[in-house]
Design a protein. Sequence first.
Length: 286
Amino acid sequence: MAKFINPFTDVGFKKIFGQEVSKDLLIDFLNDLLVDEKSITDITFLDKEVLPEYMGDRGVIYDIYCTTENGEQFIVEMQNRQQVNFRERALYYLSHAISRQGEKGADWRFGLKAVYGVFFMNFRLEDMPHKLRTDIVLSDRDTHEQFSDKLRFIFIELPSFTKEEAECVTDFDRWIYVLKNMETLNRMPFKARKSVFEKFEKIVDIASLSKEERVKYDESIKVYRDSLVTMEFAEQKGRAEGLAEGMAKGKAEERRIIAGQLKRMGMSFDAIREVTGLSDSEIDKL
């Protein structure tokens, strides 16, 4: 039985990063993510309903929406499978957060606060280079100079992280190692090196969950596992359909080759049609 909660579940992810009592964990992670760039000292969780939500996201996408003491906004998501128009969805959500800043009244003068999207991906992106971190900013195409710092996307492709515990040399590495391996860990590493993991261990210990929390967690585990089974079935079905299609194409090509040979031998269309199943028009084109 697992000792620590699964961060790829709705309850697990929000238990770690989405509650007031443990918000210092999210602050620490964001500071390690943006080390030498920012020093966040406080965050306020925002009402997620200000962002659009889709029924199809439930069970595969869990998100947290917060703002820093400087008014910068962060949307932090955990995604368990790739979606159609994945990048466009990310752009839409962050753009929505940008546009809502204009609802401040007539005196507003486009004084935007930065919006960051942090997207944990429990899968590999098919249409992007496979690496742990992909950092997207608005920049000039030729000079690569940053045009604006108000919109930023950070994609974290968890399957691309392959380091062992001893190989984690940065605090960001340590966060990713723990999150990726947490359900299989028997102890919490890095506590001696980074004190925040002391609190982290207490938060994620399954034994510390209340009866009500355990019921919700068990249900979220069921949803997570059901989604994995559904994805695996879809992948297997897709592979099987692709194989069948390939075989069908192969057989069709084989029939055309045979028909062409029989045609060159002077066999009648009726006989060729009987042997290959091709139509007269198909035979005539050979």
